[in-house]
Design a protein around this ligand. Sequence first.
Ligand code: CA
Length: 220
Amino acid sequence: MRILIVEDEPTLRTQLAEALGAAGYAVDVADNGVDAHYMGDTEPYDAVVLDLGLPQMDGITVLRKWRAAGRGIPVLILTARDGWHEKVAGIDAGADDYLTKPFHMEELLARLRALIRRAGGHASPELVCGPLTLDTRNSRATVAGQMLTLTSHEYRVLAYLMHHRDEVVSRGSLVEHIYAQDFDRDSNTVEVFIARLRKKLPPGLIETVRGLGYRLSSPS
Ligand code: CA
């Protein structure tokens, strides 16, 4: 899962990037509305954390432009204290949720998980596929109750496949959702991650769909 953080305040931006990175997300950051708008318009983020008071283009305008262009990406807005009118404007502009500054990072992470899972049509924070369970609250995967030891990239691949289980996910799409923008991307490494995951998972869980990509589904 890949998140765009838009925040012009450097300390908060760094804290957000570190917390989301530690929670297993690939993270891109923007410090102004113009860059944010362009990035959200051209990259397939799974969610956006959007501050509203931004240089160059304010957050409400960024959000309106995305929605006008039909981009339905889940957006959590950050509003100033006492900014109830900002919340109203943000929600009317198409925000999915909001958080008032200052906030607890745990709450932001919980709201983000909820947004991402609702966007994927999942009701529970625990994603289940046969014997495999992925708890998005603590980034843990278990098979029949046994915890899997995963590298951060293996976790990202598995989390993306779990959020899209029973769907065919292309290699290109995996690359776009597991790496941040400035990362040196190599789609061959996706095959390596899949091969490593297969060794850790029960056989048959990750299927190769020739010419199309991969599908995670419960072997019936
Ligand atoms: Ca700001």
